[in-house]
Ligand binder design. Structure first.
Ligand SMILES: [Zn+2]
Ligand SMILES: [Zn+2]
Length: 197
């Protein structure tokens, strides 16, 4: 079993066309593909009373509570919520790097989502942020040249970014992590905080 997967979507990501109706919290709990599971549905689908329903359902499963912020205008809302971590689309725009700084300064772990797929300038990411190796996107570009210069600067995590039950794995992401010699940062562990990928 893999140790951690913190980037997973469920049917709460109602606006996402890749989500299938079977991608429920109950199914993810039954499959149990990772020891530590965190759910990170799209924040724009979690306004109003929906957030309370979402948070309760995620915690009922014993999962960690996160959210993915795709649009920078949702950062203020995300900062107002009792999330355990945030996953952020950091586009190559000044306002996105500033928002990343604000979220890091909040003290809650910030995961920079699939930067290679978004054209993120790695030199502008706060060094306290955790960079994601994302199973959904990592194979699409030249990951070796993109990540190698930064392998010592950042902490890294592996994620499935699962939108469907058969995406509940990190096979490609972990292959890439092994090739790059990356250390995996594990959040929410009681006794140790890091292990080797
Ligand atoms: Zn994303
Ligand atoms: Zn996602």
């Amino acid at each position: 079993m893999i140790p951690q997967d913190l980037h997973i979507h469920t049917i709460f990501s109602t606006g996402d066309g890749s989500i299938v109706p079977e991608q429920t919290l109950e199914l993810i709990a039954s499959v149990r593909h990772a020891e530590k599971i965190g759910i990170s549905d799209h924040i724009e689908n979690l306004y109003g009373p929906t957030f309370g329903d979402y948070a309760a359902a995620v915690r009922d499963c014993g999962f960690h509570l996160g959210a993915e912020i795709v649009q920078v205008q949702d950062v203020d809302y995300a900062l107002s919520l009792p999330l355990e971590y945030r996953v952020f689309h950091c586009y190559d725009e000044d306002r996105c790097y500033k928002a990343a700084e604000r979220m890091v300064d909040s003290g809650t772990p910030l995961i920079i989502a699939h930067p290679m797929a978004l054209g993120t300038d790695m030199s502008r990411i706060p060094p306290e942020a955790i960079v994601e190796i994302n199973n959904r996107y990592i194979w699409r570009n030249d990951w070796r040249s993109f990540y190698t210069p930064w392998s010592e600067r950042f902490q890294f995590i592996f994620s499935s970014d699962a939108h469907q039950p058969n995406w509940l794995n990190q096979n490609v992401a972990r292959f890439v992590g092994g090739q790059l010699g990356l250390r995996e940062t594990l959040l929410f562990l009681e006794n140790e905080d890091q292990s080797v990928a």
